[in-house]
Write a protein that binds this ligand. Structure first.
Ligand code: NAI
Ligand code: MG
Length: 351
């Protein structure tokens, strides 16, 4: 079988980590008698500067013709951030209606963390991906008058909360059976109380999962203080975004955190991407950690039903990361992006 992949390397370290990942995915599939076919799409900041849009108007249709997307990152300091982020990744999430952004955080043996006692941490953040604070509703009034008024409206609908919750409960059932809903329904009186009540309803259909509701500020502390007490976190778009960078630090930093944008049921291709952005501070030096992208690639293979190649990637990575000689500078090492990826490839092929 052939996996038809669209690769959108994007900007900054995006192309570096995607280039490191594609050969590993290809080798994993080949060794299981499958094949990877890649269409590379040059969407991102360069295209925006050249043509006024980060992707073509029919970009979502192009994506639909593939089995899945591997996305690097978008963002370049000389281009307004919201143009690129909205013009590409948030745009695609919304146009394809990719309901949830699944962000696993797992501490790998041998990988140093700034946080103490993280050994064995294994949690997943399920972030609602189409509405909330990132729905895109609002406007700018009195622009340029000196009394400028920015209005950003958060939208939370029952349908969208319910589908994210169904996904999160299903995931908790396959894991350790614990779901922590993250809201802020003490200070925000409308949207988040709706989350609480809809998720309690969904919980009735999943009696084997233990539900707790935690306010987002308390969850920020808990992630650092007691991460082992967490299994699946369900959060709205903004809180899920913020908490996933915090949680990434438990596992060694932004270079370690993968994600999947999916519509459960699989009617549209998923977009798999590292949680991190284009990291302009280190871009172009070949030192970005490709782990987040490699793990995103493993999630992609899993979701397409290729669980053996996915396991092969994860196992080879876990073995490679045990020795500090393969660590990139963000992990305190001196290896380059391509050296770490080559070590993973070598490990996989020597099995
Ligand atoms: P960032 O995630 O790009 O970088 C934050 C910090 O993490 C930096 O110090 C960076 O060097 C480090 N880092 C990130 N990825 C790394 C990797 N693979 N290996 C080693 N270190 C890594 O976030 P920042 O700086 O806030 O945003 C930079 C640009 O990326 C902005 O234009 C932003 O809008 C965009 N962005 C895009 C996202 C996407 O494409 N999905 C997500 C987040 C930000
Ligand atoms: Mg983010």
């Amino acid at each position: 079988m052939t996996v038809r992949l669209a690769a959108i390397p994007g900007d900054g370290v995006g192309p570096e980590v995607v280039a490191a990942t594609l050969p590993v995915l290809s080798a994993a599939l080949e060794s299981h008698g499958e094949h990877l076919e890649v269409t590379e799409l040059d969407w991102g900041a360069d295209r925006f500067v050249r043509e006024g849009a980060a992707m073509p108007a029919d970009g979502a249709e192009t994506v639909r013709r593939h089995d899945a997307v591997l996305f690097g990152a978008v963002g370049r300091p000389d281009v307004p951030d919201h143009e690129l982020v909205w013009g590409l990744i948030i745009g695609l999430r919304q146009q394809l209606d990719l309901a949830v952004n699944v962000r696993p955080v797992r501490a790998f043996e041998g990988v140093p963390s700034r946080v103490r006692d993280v050994e064995g941490v294994d949690l997943v953040i399920v972030r609602e991906n189409t509405e909330g604070e990132y729905v895109g509703a609002g406007g700018l009034a009195h622009a340029g008058t000196g009394h400028d008024l920015g209005i950003e409206v958060a939208v939370h609908s029952r349908r969208v909360i319910e589908r994210a919750a169904e996904y999160a409960f299903g995931l908790a059932e396959q894991r350790r059976g614990r779901l922590s809903l993250v809201t802020k329904s003490n200070a925000m009186r409308h949207g988040y109380p709706l989350w609480d009540s809809v998720v309690r309803e969904v919980a009735q259909r999943h009696p084997d999962v233990e539900l707790e509701i935690v306010l987002v500020d308390a969850m920020a502390a808990r992630l650092v203080q007691a991460p082992h007490s967490l299994d699946v976190l369900l959060a709205g778009n903004l809180f899920g975004d913020i908490l996933s960078d915090l949680a990434a630090v438990l596992a060694g930093g932004m270079g370690m955190a993968p994600s999947a944008n999916v519509l459960p049921g699989g009617a549209v291709p998923g977009i798999y991407e590292p949680v991190h952005g284009s990291a302009p501070d280190i871009a172009g030096r070949g030192i970005a950690n490709p782990t987040a992208c490699l793990l995103s690639g493993a999630m992609l293979l899993d979701d397409l039903g290729h669980s053996a190649p996915a396991d092969a990637v994860r196992t080879a990575l876990a073995t490679t990361l045990r020795s500090a000689q393969h660590h990139t500078p963000d992990l305190g090492g001196t290896a380059s992006t391509s050296q770490l990826a080559a070590a993973v490839l070598h490990e996989m092929e020597s099995r």
